[in-house]
Design a protein around this ligand. Structure first.
Ligand code: SAM
Length: 321
């Protein structure tokens, strides 16, 4: 059962929206306003974490892993800040930046964000693509899709087409998607890694009930496996903000089984220490959970998160050409 970690306070992370500004301009702007930039004293992860942990209100640090990310001391309120209102900065937890960062679609590529609303990762993908190429952003919830459209407009995203559809009904054989090479799968999950929820709950029976997690796991698996059937996909990232193996390692393990040897797991950011947890009984007997990344509120100062990255094997890519 999930141990409730009361009293965790995370820094306020902001991602610089490079479609509208640069990291340097944003840092200069904050410094002119009296915010104080801090620096790590040694390149080790421990030193980085201790600097982030000790950030005071209105002090900030340029992240050492995600180049467009700044961490501000807890209690820094930027909701009314001019850079937030203009879409030049976006509130996005560090862990939630990692799926887009490792998918890394180059400018000009064709990309699919299967469960996209409210669009934080979509706008990050568009920034990595420098607004060049094509980004299909799907969500089955009409209200959330509308919020995403507004958010992407404010963020200066021009390369995305948003559709309010169930991704499972999206036809992999359609000529519309024949060139999609990069796919992000960030489906609905229990949300059990979100720190505010951890703090609020004493016994989160709802989010941990095995039957509920199994139900979520089945839907997550069907979305992930569907994404794997798009003919030209060569790189695919799966992420959740859940701490439960049933939504994470088990889903990845099963997806690898169901797709034969078409995909292999790729190590996600080996420089980060919190790794996927081995399943007690991996049903295929061999599953490299360590290649997956877990982010942990206590040791990484982010929301609890899980990221797995798949690459299509070369012989399969060649045969669909
Ligand atoms: N990627 C988003 C971001 O970074 O802003 C967050 C996505 S949220 C975790 C999951 C989203 O998946 C929800 O908006 C939900 O409506 C959507 N969703 C769930 N099942 C879906 C499906 N079958 N097709 C399309 N969207 C789906």
């Amino acid at each position: 059962r999930l141990k409730v970690k009361a009293g965790i306070i995370l820094p306020r992370y902001i991602r610089v929206n490079t479609l509208k500004t640069s990291v340097k301009d944003v840092i200069d702007h904050f410094k002119k306003e009296g915010f104080l930039q801090q620096h790590i004293t040694s390149p080790s992860y421990e030193s980085y974490i201790s600097t982030v942990r000790s950030l005071a209100k209105n002090h900030f640090l340029l992240d050492i892993h995600i180049p467009e990310l700044l961490a501000f001391g807890a209690g820094t309120d930027l909701h009314d800040h001019v850079l937030y209102k203009s879409g030049e900065i976006i509130f996005q937890d560090k862990a939630s930046c990692i799926p887009g960062y490792v998918l890394a679609p180059p400018p000009g590529s064709e990309v699919m964000d299967c469960c996209a609303a409210p669009g934080n990762k979509t706008s990050q993908l568009a920034a990595m693509m420098q607004n060049k190429g094509k980004l299909h952003a799907f969500d089955k919830d009409p209200k959330r899709t509308a919020t995403m459209v507004t958010m992407l407009l404010r963020s200066g995203v021009l390369c995305a087409s948003c559709e309010n559809i169930d991704f499972l009904r999206c036809d992999p054989e359609s000529p519309k998607y024949k060139d999609v090479e990069y796919i992000l799968v960030d489906p609905s999950c229990s949300g059990s890694g979100i720190v505010n929820r951890l703090n609020d709950m004493t016994d989160d029976a709802m989010s941990t009930a095995a039957s509920r997690l199994d139900g979520l796991g089945r839907i997550q698996l069907s979305i992930l496996v569907h994404a794997m059937t798009f003919p030209k996909v060569k790189k695919l990232v799966y992420s959740t903000c859940s701490v439960h193996q049933r939504e994470n390692e088990s889903v990845v393990n099963r997806a690898l089984q169901l797709t034969g040897d078409h995909f292999k797991l790729i190590m996600v950011m080996k420089e980060l220490p919190s790794r996927g947890k081995e399943l007690s009984e991996p049903s295929n007997g061999f599953f490299q959970a360590k290649k997956c990344l877990r982010m942990d509120p206590v040791s990484d100062l982010t929301n609890g998160f899980f990221v797995a990255m798949f690459e299509k094997r070369k012989h399969v890519t060649d045969s669909v050409k």
